[in-house]
Design a protein around this ligand. Sequence first.
Ligand SMILES: [Cu+2]
Length: 255
Amino acid sequence: MLTRLFTALLLLAVPVLGVYTFVTAADHGWWMQPEVSTFGQDVDFLFYLILGMVTFFFVLTEMLLFWFVWRYSKKDSSKAVYTHGSHKLEMLWTAVPAGLLVLIAFFQMSTWAEMRFKGSFPEGEPFAHVWASQFDWRFQYPGADGEFGTMDDLESPYEFVVPVNQPVKFVLHSRDVIHSFSVPAFRLKQDAMPGLAIPVWFQAEEIGEYDLVCMELCGWGHYKMAGKVRVVSEEDYRAYMAGLQSEFMNTGMEG
Ligand SMILES: [Cu+2]
């Protein structure tokens, strides 16, 4: 009986501690970084919607487990009911998750369209090509002629510099295996696939430095495949490009 009581209390502790950790996570710095992109709020809304559903059913099932173990922890002469299943119950627990999935599918449509549909992409040439390889990120800019694949292309490793409040479209590539370009503060994640050129876009709304991490286990050095996205003012962006340009020219002359 004691073990059953202990088990019951343990089952009670799991949801209580789970919810407590969730509620106090932000105070401990365990929560998500604040979002700073135009679609960040929409992604967060979907995240909280799904988290709410999951939390509800998690707490409900844990409480039921607790209640049954507690209720039947006494040793008495009552007999358990033997059942071959219930058609009604099976219908119910198929229909409810199916309904919830349809609900999620409905709510996510506009966000998905905004982030991934071709029609939502900013017009014009891409801003940069981003190359992932074991184990770094390289950012290729078009240089003074505004065209990619020419002699004056500029390249910088690890640091992606973009202007604030402007849509930034880039093309994502991989030189070897599957990587994933992820900037948590932008709520943006896209796999880089060898052989594919994948267009991606975002618009950052706050000046600052944000972590860029590889979100696909890509080999022994995956953990250090980190970079920065530096969001700067229009002026600073131009100055950065000019700096990159002169660095490129100088290296050319000395080399
Ligand atoms: Cu990687």
